[in-house]
Design a protein around this ligand. Structure first.
Ligand SMILES: Cc1cc2nc3c(=O)[nH]c(=O)nc-3n(C[C@H](O)[C@H](O)[C@H](O)COP(=O)(O)OP(=O)(O)OC[C@H]3O[C@@H](n4cnc5c(N)ncnc54)[C@H](O)[C@@H]3O)c2cc1C
Ligand code: SF4
Ligand code: SF4
Length: 805
């Protein structure tokens, strides 16, 4: 028997272990492998840490290679052990625990260290990086005690950390040195769209801000900027960049500049020593994303296996953001420059932006926002330097909203085209798995191959591959979409189970339906709370711990940690007494800013948490629900009462609608408007329900939206009387409550169900009456949360007292 060569890998991370896995597939018997890792875990997917942080995954879910994998492959693994010395002459490595192992071939895959800005106060308690499972655990623990986080760095990592903090119920500011986020991956337009989408989710941005000092005694209390302003914080995460971890290599005489210098076969300056991953510097570049590291690993594995391979010549970078609800892709050189031309689609109605940059008839870069289905196909064209001179330029970008066939062009992709970059899964692997394992759904492909196990951004491609491989037998619509990663159940299955089994608590639903994650997450818990309340309005006890922080507090938290108070002003119509009272309360509580909102209400901004209940009592007005998934406002014009053109009493109808539906819980926020004539001064065309007076009656418009994704409402129906407006609105809103997915705005819901279907339902007298009856029941039990807080010492103590920590 021939003696096996000894291969030692330093660094049990993504790049190194991936290279070893490839190598073992190519030549299972050539090497006796030993792996050292500083962390106390088997190899895990660092990319998915953000899901652990956000509560969508557990640590065990993100393990790529469990301990059995090492055993089964006869690999000796030393976790929790750092290699501190390499003797490149004797060819041995020694660990901090005194273990010395000899090697014939050595791979350094030591990754990176997060860069910590060396500013005053950076050593205080509560200042940290975001890189490892340990960091994640500290952040999760901190969120139980503290409420205000700052993330320094508006790049990919910073935004994911910020989203994680939101999910953990913390307020979060993202501080960034320039005035656009992810500026290395996005152009200005896409960056601003992303910022707006994230602001909508609750992240606050402090842009063009230079951090100067971290303030606090032992523990951080805030971040001071060069302009003298200070933002409060109990926790600061620096996500400003990484530095290749080269200490071990440098101390052992391996050339570093600044990463470990490698050639096209990943060889370092020292014989038999290789480097791969973020620690390596190839042609002057150290990559910080997984796809290039896997490309390096594939070349290294072949080289070590003695299999013929072409050189590694560098990678073209592409990025996808893994923040829920936001689809962003960028790849190649996307910035306009001399000699480049661009094709752009910017659909402000659907919030989609696409830009493809072309130079010398070749695509060199792309930015996609809102619809990223084209990403993989464009990346392939960039890599292959496809000549586009003969192509119709408009066909380079597809319009996926047209619903026509596969837009992604999977059929033309090569077998080795990477479909899921973070898990390194190719078209060939997916197609073979579909054929050999008889897979028929995206979820089955995910479980079998790990493709789309991360953000799921490549799901459309996986779906296209199923259609391509299975042909007509593949039913795309049969694909189940679970409400979150904690369960395989869809929204409809969950609601049906609540109804059928008479479930009455969030935890009961999770138990009975065998949730994978018994605590649930920030996506499913609020959704379950809503569905339970919707199904049994008169008996369900609202679970405030399953609500987002603004809804728990019944006030919007603002970026400086203060709150805003928006009393209800029905139909936007007020009077001097009410105004005087608002003014007096604003003076009494030293409210720094009073502002008219976009919905014709008064926003009292800058209120301290401990003042909230006293202020609500002094105002003696109901909550305006400016924070809730509920009816926000009914905007009106002056209508026939004052306007020369008015044919309908917009103010009276608006007031009646608002009084009828205030406090109603809905799947997402709902805004209404009433205009006295088709001139539409109340902007009824872009509201969840817009009412417009026309000759002889009123038109009702459904599913409009003026937010990030602007959508003009569809004409739902025309009614004659004001009484009918109320009746149809009741039926429409109740149907939305009963069939909408939690978090789904009416604009998306109307698009999904089709306005014709909703019209059929509300115009059917029988169904309409039944919906109205159920709406009556839902409305009969609502209570004003401000009044409840004023009347309950317990609520005041639990939520609004400031506790010194
Ligand atoms: C939260 C987060 C989200 C991310 N999201 C994405 C994403 O969406 N897409 C993407 O492409 N990339 C993403 N990345 C980047 C990606 O995770 C890294 O590029 C990748 O993990 C680097 O792999 P590596 O093996 O080079 O380094 P690592 O995975 O860091 O592995 C290096 C390992 O070596 C160990 N080590 C170091 N020195 C020694 C020593 N002397 N002895 C023993 N062990 C040692 C370290 O402890 C570490 O475990 C993300 C990173 C983070 C932190
Ligand atoms: S799962 Fe797919 S889409 Fe998501 S990051 Fe990985 S490669 Fe990209
Ligand atoms: S919508 Fe018509 S009625 Fe209302 S203010 Fe404008 S012009 Fe006047």
């Amino acid at each position: 028997m021939t003696q096996k060569e000894k291969l030692v890998l330093v660094g049990n991370g993504m790049a190194g272990v991936n290279a070893v896995e490839h190598l073992l597939k190519l030549t299972p018997d050539k090497y006796e492998v030993t792996i050292f890792g500083s962390e106390p875990h088997p190899n895990y997917n660092r990319i998915l840490l953000s899901y652990v942080l956000s509560g969508d995954s557990k640590v065990e879910d993100i393990v790529i290679h469990p301990y059995e994998w090492y055993t089964n492959n006869h690999i000796t693994l030393h976790t929790n052990q750092t290699v501190t010395q390499i003797d490149t002459t004797a060819q041995t490595v020694t660990s901090d625990k005194g273990l010395t192992v000899s090697y014939d071939k050595l791979i350094l895959a030591t990754g990176s260290n997060p860069f910590m800005i060396p500013m005053p106060g950076a050593d205080k308690e509560g200042v940290m990086a975001y890189r490892t499972i340990r960091d994640c655990e500290i952040m999760i623990e901190s969120a139980k005690k503290y409420k205000k986080a700052i993330v320094i760095g508006g790049g990919l990592l910073g935004l994911e950390a910020a989203r994680g903090f939101l999910n953990l119920g913390m307020q979060v500011d993202v501080v960034h040195i320039v005035d656009t986020i992810m500026e290395r991956q996005l152009d200005r337009t896409a960056s601003k769209m992303l910022q707006a989408a994230l602001e909508e989710q609750g992240i606050n941005f402090l842009l063009a801000k230079q951090s100067a000092e971290i303030v606090g005694d032992k523990r951080v209390t805030g971040l001071k900027f060069k302009d003298g302003t200070v933002a409060e914080a109990d926790l600061i995460v620096m996500a400003v960049g990484i530095r290749p971890n080269v200490e071990l290599a440098r101390n052992s005489g391996v050339e570093c500049n600044p990463g470990i210098v490698v050639n096209d076969y990943l060889q370092t300056s020292v014989p038999n020593v290789y480097a791969v991953g973020e620690c390596a510097m190839h042609r002057g570049i150290a990559y910080g994303l997984v796809a290039p590291l896997y490309e390096q690993g594939a070349v290294l594995a072949k080289h070590l296996a003695g299999v013929e391979t072409g050189p590694y010549e560098g990678s073209i970078l592409y990025t996808k953001l893994k923040v829920s609800g936001v689809d962003v892709f960028s790849g190649g050189k996307f910035v306009d420059a001399e000699g480049t031309k661009a094709i752009r689609i910017h659909d402000e109605f659907t919030g989609v932006y696409k830009k493809v940059v072309i130079q010398d008839n070749k695509i060199i870069g792309a930015v996609l926002f809102g619809d990223t289905a084209d990403g993989t196909r464009l990346m392939q064209m960039i890599r292959e330097e496809t000549d586009v001179s003969a192509m119709a330029k408009t066909s380079i970008l597809t319009d996926s909203s047209s619903g026509e066939g596969s837009a992604s062009g999977v059929a033309e992709m090569k077998e080795d085209a990477i479909i899921c970059g973070c898990n390194g899964v190719t078209k060939g692997t997916i197609c073979s798995a579909i054929k050999e394992q008889g897979l028929t759904t995206v979820d089955e492909v995910k479980n079998c191959t790990t493709a789309s196990r991360s953000c799921g951004g490549c799901k459309p491609l996986v779906s296209d591959l199923l259609a391509f491989t299975l042909g007509a037998s593949y039913d795309k619509n049969a694909v189940k979409e679970s409400i979150c990663g904690c369960t395989d159940h869809t929204r409809d299955e969950v609601v049906e189970a609540i109804r059928e089994k008479g479930l009455s608590h969030v935890r009961e639903v999770m138990n009975v339906l065998s949730w994978h994650n018994e605590e649930g997450c920030s996506k499913c818990r609020p959704a379950l709370n809503y569905y339970l309340g919707m199904v049994s309005p008169s008996t369900y006890q609202d679970d405030s711990t399953s609500r987002f922080v603004n809804e728990r507090m019944h006030a919007n938290i603002q970026k400086d940690g203060t709150y805003s108070v928006v009393p209800r002003i029905y139909g936007g119509v007020t009077n001097p007494t009410e105004l005087k009272r608002i003014a007096e309360v604003a003076e009494q509580f030293k409210v720094p800013t009073v502002k008219f909102t976009g919905g014709q209400r008064l926003d009292l901004l800058g209120v301290k948490k401990e003042d909230l209940t006293a202020m609500w009592e002094a105002l003696d007005m109901p909550s305006g629900y400016a924070y809730g998934k509920a009816l926000r406002t009914v905007k009106t014009c002056v209508g026939e009462t004052f306007c020369r053109f008015g044919t309908g009493d917009a103010m009276a109808v608006g007031i009646e609608l608002e009084k009828r539906f205030e406090r109603l819980n809905t799947p997402a926020k709902v805004k209404l408007a009433v205009s006295g004539c088709p001139r539409n001064c109340a902007e009824s065309g872009i509201k969840d329900l817009g009412v417009v007076s026309v000759d002889g009656g009123w038109e009702l418009y459904a599913g409009g939206n003026g937010g990030v994704k602007v959508r003009v409402g569809d004409l739902l129906t025309t009614v004659k009387t004001e009484q009918e407006i109320i009746e149809y609105t009741e039926a429409y809103l109740q149907y939305y409550r009963e069939t909408g997915k939690y978090g789904e705005r009416t604009s998306e819901w109307v698009h999904r169900l089709g306005v014709e279907h909703i019209r059929d339902v509300v115009e059917n007298e029988e169904e309409r009456k039944q919906l109205c009856t159920r709406m009556d029941l839902a409305l009969s039990v609502t209570q004003d949360p401000w009044r409840q807080a004023i009347d309950s010492k317990k609520i005041q103590r639990d939520l609004y007292e400031v506790v010194e920590l």
